[in-house]
Write a protein that binds this ligand. Structure first.
Ligand SMILES: Cc1cc2nc3c(=O)[nH]c(=O)nc-3n(C[C@H](O)[C@H](O)[C@H](O)COP(=O)(O)OP(=O)(O)OC[C@H]3O[C@@H](n4cnc5c(N)ncnc54)[C@H](O)[C@@H]3O)c2cc1C
Length: 310
């Protein structure tokens, strides 16, 4: 895979013009991540339908151009040097809707989890309340097997549709997605470069008031415990077996520990927050020191949950 040289840039520009794919050049990625960190991407393309997505991907693959998928950017740490290639942004303008049939809810990858949970609640379907407040898209949540408050995507997913490397749409049952704690097959080598486009969830009939009350309870807990007033990418580290990352970090006296503009949140030690002007380097250096200290003082190895690009 290579960077985007001037000749290929021109070809990409004419493809985007012909297919009416919105494209932005040298776009700072800090505008697309909840951490508000990240240098410029050579191009950010925002396909609005499957045809545009498919044309774009076949061009990028044919020309062997580096490319990355971004949903809501809420689990990403992007390098200060940026991304020398093309970001494909799958957002809620993608021209597909949430469909509900009986107790099955289907949603396109770019839809925000908040819209999906709200739609489930309106349809009196219970089962997705745990995801209320996770600031991701359906695609990002499937990729990460996102979870909270005792639930995870794995519990509710029926199937996922993705565009494979040959441009074909594949529908895979959830059992074949290798879903486990913050892991899906999409992180594995075999699935590198495929684009999640749609997912279906199995829910149950419930009462709207009860569903809403549970969502309110969850958002209340998030507001009370999490530093939602500062940019972050949520939990920085995965939960190690037999412990909680936040507790270990706190135990090591690292609450408030700061490197440049990156800080271990004083409100929730599982979060690294951007207290102003944090760079990717700041976060990586802070994470390195936290990991080293936790390993030395407790013996636990912390592993990043946040995905680093490139
Ligand atoms: C305040 C806060 C609270 C959070 N709380 C939680 C929580 O409780 N539980 C939890 O699990 N997470 C939590 N997160 C992290 C994050 O919201 C989730 O991981 C979420 O699922 C990421 O979705 P996204 O759309 O933002 O993905 P992105 O950050 O855009 O991408 C994440 C990964 O998915 C890949 N990806 C995204 N879309 C696609 C696609 N369509 N096809 C292929 N690959 C794709 C990206 O390339 C990247 O590797 C929190 C984050 C914040 C900022």
């Amino acid at each position: 895979m290579t960077c985007l040289d001037n000749a290929t840039k021109e070809q990409l520009a004419s493809l985007c013009k012909e297919k009416e794919i919105p494209v932005l050049w040298e776009e700072p990625m800090k505008h697309y991540t909840s951490f508000q960190i990240g240098g410029p991407a050579s191009a950010v393309c925002i396909p609005k339908n499957r045809e545009q997505l498919s044309c774009l991907l076949s061009f990028l693959r044919k020309m062997q151009i580096n490319h990355w998928f971004v949903g809501n950017g809420s689990n990403l740490l992007i390098s200060d040097e940026g991304l020398k290639g093309v970001v494909i942004l799958l957002d809620s303008d993608f021209d597909e809707e949430i469909l509900i049939s009986n107790t099955i809810l289907e949603a396109p990858a770019g839809k925000k989890l908040s819209s999906v949970c709200a739609a489930a609640c309106r349809a009196e379907l219970t089962g997705l309340e745990f995801a209320w407040g996770i600031p991701g898209s359906v695609g990002g949540a499937v990729y990460m097997n996102a979870g909270a408050y005792g639930g995870e995507m794995k519990d509710r997913l029926i199937w996922v549709e993705y565009l494979d490397l040959d441009g074909n749409i594949q529908r895979v049952p959830a059992e074949k997605l290798n879903l486990s704690y913050r892991h899906s097959c999409f992180m594995e080598q075999e699935y590198q470069g495929v684009c999640i486009i749609r997912a279906a969830f199995s829910l149950e009939k419930g009462e709207q008031a009860a569903i809403q009350a549970e969502m309110d309870r969850i958002i209340g807990q998030r507001k009370e415990k999490q530093p939602l007033d500062l940019p972050s990418a949520g939990s920085t580290f995965k939960r190690p077996q037999g412990a909680y990352a936040a507790q270990l970090i706190d135990q090591c006296g690292l609450r408030g520990f700061t490197v440049g503009g990156a800080q271990v949140s004083t409100k929730h030690t599982g979060f690294v927050v951007n207290i102003g002007g944090a760079t990717c380097q700041d976060v990586l250096e802070l994470a390195r020191q936290v990991k080293e200290c936790v390993k030395e003082k407790t013996g636990f190895e912390l592993e990043m949950e946040v995905r680093l690009l490139p």
